[in-house]
Each structure stands twice: as structure tokens, then as C-alpha cells.
Write a protein that binds this ligand. Structure first.
Ligand code: FES
Length: 66
């Protein structure tokens, strides 16, 4: 049985929450330092601090599927 290292939560109408020990790599393959164990990744595409969520999804009315 695999030991869990972390989790990913799909927030309704919002970001992906990563909790645990993850390595985030940019499009160039270089690591992105999140500086914390829990991070919110943008999935609306509107954040000004991608890949992280900056809360813009709320004002934009971003909706996820049921
Ligand atoms: S999901 Fe929050 S700004 Fe995109």
C-alpha cells in the first residue's frame, strides 16, 4: 500500500488546493517554490499570479461543472 504524501481538492467554482509534499514544475520544467505546504492553483485562467490563485475567479463568476 502506498503512503499518502498529499492531496488535491477540487474547490467548487474555484482553484485546486494542494496539501502536502508536492513539487510544482513550470512549463519549462523548473521547480516553482510555493513557500508553503498548502497552495491554491488557478484553474479559471484569470489569475495574475499563475500558477497560483489570486481570488479573481470569484469576481469573474467562474463556474465549474457539477
Ligand atoms: S481559480 Fe482563483 S484566480 Fe483562477
Amino acid at each position: 500500500m502506498l503512503e499518502r504524501q498529499g492531496s488535491i481538492e477540487l474547490c467548487p467554482d474555484g482553484p485546486l488546493l494542494l496539501r502536502g509534499d508536492f513539487e510544482i514544475l513550470g512549463a519549462d520544467g523548473e521547480p516553482i517554490d510555493a513557500h508553503r505546504k498548502t497552495v491554491a492553483l488557478c484553474r479559471c485562467g484569470l489569475s495574475s499570479i499563475k500558477p497560483f490563485c489570486d481570488g479573481t475567479h470569484k469576481a469573474s463568476g467562474f463556474r465549474t461543472e457539477e
